[in-house]
Design a protein. Structure first.
Ligand code: GCB
Length: 584
């Protein structure tokens, strides 16, 4: 699936803004024909979660309906017309003019449907969208799994049992776009650097048959590949070299642009699409993470898509602010905890040189999931959707296939091995990990992965308020993990809650001082180990969670408040990171 783009051959319309909306408390919207005419009781903003827009929706985790009438111009007469949603949480069903056009399961990846047949040109068309945000054990991330929980939060409200708020609704952009009837369906670019030469392999998927050739040109270079199409040829593969290459890296995130054109027998352009890409290599060798052949240490954060009022709504200003603060901190990387982030976030990462570990929404799998064929099938599909969507982002340097699953049962072994093999079959270039929060002695899954990711809270959930003991434990557990697994380690989470404005001397739990001391001391322990490849603080900013006695309205482990103001720990860690970079 290609990100929608306005080109010489494609139109693009945004449907973001206000939509008519109604909660479907009794799940009788379909029987009441709401897909033809919604009994809307208000307007609501797309793209933003519904919860924080109205008080009565704050704790509404059911079904919501959206409706809007959209004029489609006559000029699109011979075109295919598509409706694309960047992400809606969780199960989305779409009708156009009362006709069902498609359904998609999953809260954090885009989907699109060809709506050409349901559309009438030159007049208003009714788009009706039903989003079911119910929390259940067979959704990803799974919720309502209390009986099997060992790790996590029992008795939360709502009952999701993962530590972020299960915002519902259409959270990312909604677009209508057109393509010609024969069109470029997919572009996949794989890059490597060998002896200073950029190696690029391409795979272009084509739909429709009225094209004679495909032209690939790397803009601002002399690179051009002209491929004549045989009848029925729908996939083109090939490669080219880039001499005098500018490798993509945090200090110089140079992006090339590949213009792909489909041409008819007379040489007229049928379809055109420009895909940006960076040329870089990522490898794990001798317990080191190598970017373009050089060792790199990941300093940064786990974070969330979360902001007041917007909930999980994609917002350009919030993305700009967050990247600005990451740069201010001297961070070079993040993990998209705990689900794939928006296209717009990842494009910004490509342009600014942020290194990203892209994570699935598999948070907190419990043992019964491992033997459940439906879960296995869904998880496999999500991995495919994520890798297909994100393959071309140079910023994504690794995949994380799960966060804090219950991996201490033997059934975890084949389950995670199968996920690994599936991801590897789709992407042979990026290292793959899963995130562990248990004693590695008891773990059945980590051995299958390329590097080890650990979430560790010594000095917080364990050795609480005893920071010296917590630091000693971290030191010892890291060494033990490496001794057992002999794989490079990133600590993907460590940190402490701090309520901004709370100060104590000596440092006590929930004070800014305790958080600052814990984060800086533990960072230095992690960074001192020869086998570590990164340290990601949990978390970038405070974020909304379900309600539970251990959460003060929001999770307070942010180094920034939810409104993005720095706490003491942000200043202290920044000093260390800037010094390391020689900037202070
Ligand atoms: C974790 C989870 C993360 C939580 C965090 C915490 O290990 O991965 O989702 O928010 O701990 O603050 O407890």
């Amino acid at each position: 699936m290609l990100y929608p783009q306005l080109t010489a051959t494609r139109q693009l319309y945004s449907l973001d803004g206000f939509w008519r909306f109604a909660p479907d408390h009794h799940n009788d919207g379909v029987s009441n024909d709401w897909h033809k005419q919604l009994e809307a009781d208000r307007e609501i903003s797309v793209q933003a979660s519904w919860n924080e827009q109205y008080q009565d929706l704050m704790h509404y985790f059911g079904i919501g309906w959206y409706e809007r009438d959209v004029m489609i111009p006559n000029s699109l007469k011979d075109e295919r017309i598509w409706l694309r949603i960047g992400a809606a949480n969780y199960l989305t069903t779409i009708w156009v003019n009362g006709e069902l056009v498609g359904e998609h399961e999953g809260g954090h990846l885009p989907f699109e449907f060809d709506i050409s047949k349901a559309i009438i040109l030159g007049r208003a068309n009714r788009i009706s969208i039903r989003v079911d945000a119910t929390i259940t054990p067979d959704r990803l991330p799974p919720g309502d799994v209390e009986s099997e929980m060992i790790i996590g939060f029992k008795g939360q409200f709502p009952n999701n049992y993962f530590d972020f708020f299960p915002y519902g609704g259409i959270n990312r952009p909604v677009n209508i776009f057109s393509t010609p009837s024969s069109y470029i369906e997919s572009i996949q670019l794989t890059t490597d650097l060998i002896d200073g030469i950029g190696k690029v392999s391409f795979k272009v998927g084509i739909s429709g048959q009225s094209t004679a050739s495909c032209l690939l040109q790397v803009e601002h270079t002399s690179i051009s590949v002209n491929h004549s199409l045989h009848e029925d040829e729908l996939t083109i593969v090939g490669h080219f070299d880039v001499f005098d290459v500018r490798p993509w890296c945090p200090a110089d995130p140079y992006l090339y642009a590949l213009k792909v054109s489909l041409l008819d027998a007379n040489g007229h352009v049928v379809d055109e699409y420009t895909q940006s890409f960076g040329i870089r290599s990522v490898k794990i060798e001798d317990a080191k993470l190598l970017l373009n052949g050089e060792p790199i240490f990941l300093n940064g954060f786990g974070m969330h898509e979360d902001f007041p009022v917007l909930g999980k709504g994609m917002n350009h200003a919030v993305i700009a602010k967050d990247f600005n603060l990451l740069k201010w901190m001297g961070a070079n990387s993040i993990r998209t905890s705990h689900y794939p982030y928006s296209d717009e976030f990842l494009q910004y990462a490509d342009r600014t040189g942020l290194l990203v570990i892209g994570e699935t929404p598999f948070v907190g799998f419990v043992p019964s999931h491992y033997t459940d064929d439906i879960i296995r099938e869904k998880a496999t599909r999500v991995i495919s959707e994520m890798i297909h969507r994100d393959y071309n982002h140079p910023s994504i340097i690794a995949w994380s296939l799960a966060n804090e699953g219950h991996t201490f049962v033997p059934e975890a072994d084949p389950f995670y091995k199968a996920l690994y093999d599936h991801a590897r079959s789709l992407d042979s270039t990026r290292p793959i990990t899963i995130v562990n929060c248990l004693d590695v002695e008891d773990d059945y899954a980590l051995k299958h992965f390329d590097f080890v990711s650990l979430n560790r809270y010594y000095g917080w959930y364990e050795q609480a308020a005893r920071l010296d003991e917590g630091c000693a434990m971290l030191d010892q557990k890291l060494d033990r993990c490496y001794e057992l697994l002999r794989k490079p380690i990133i600590v993907t989470e460590f940190g402490a809650d701090a309520v901004a404005g709370v100060h104590t001397d000596p440092p006590e739990l929930f004070s800014e001082e305790y958080q600052a001391e814990m984060v800086t001391r533990q960072y230095q322990i992690i960074a001192s180990k020869p086998y570590t490849i990164g340290a990601h603080v949990w978390s970038f900013a405070d974020f909304k969670t379900s309600q539970t006695p251990s959460r003060v309205v929001v999770n307070r482990k942010g180094l920034f408040t939810r409104e993005r103001q720095p706490k003491l720990a942000a200043h202290k860690l920044r000093e260390i990171w800037l010094k390391e970079k020689g900037e202070k």
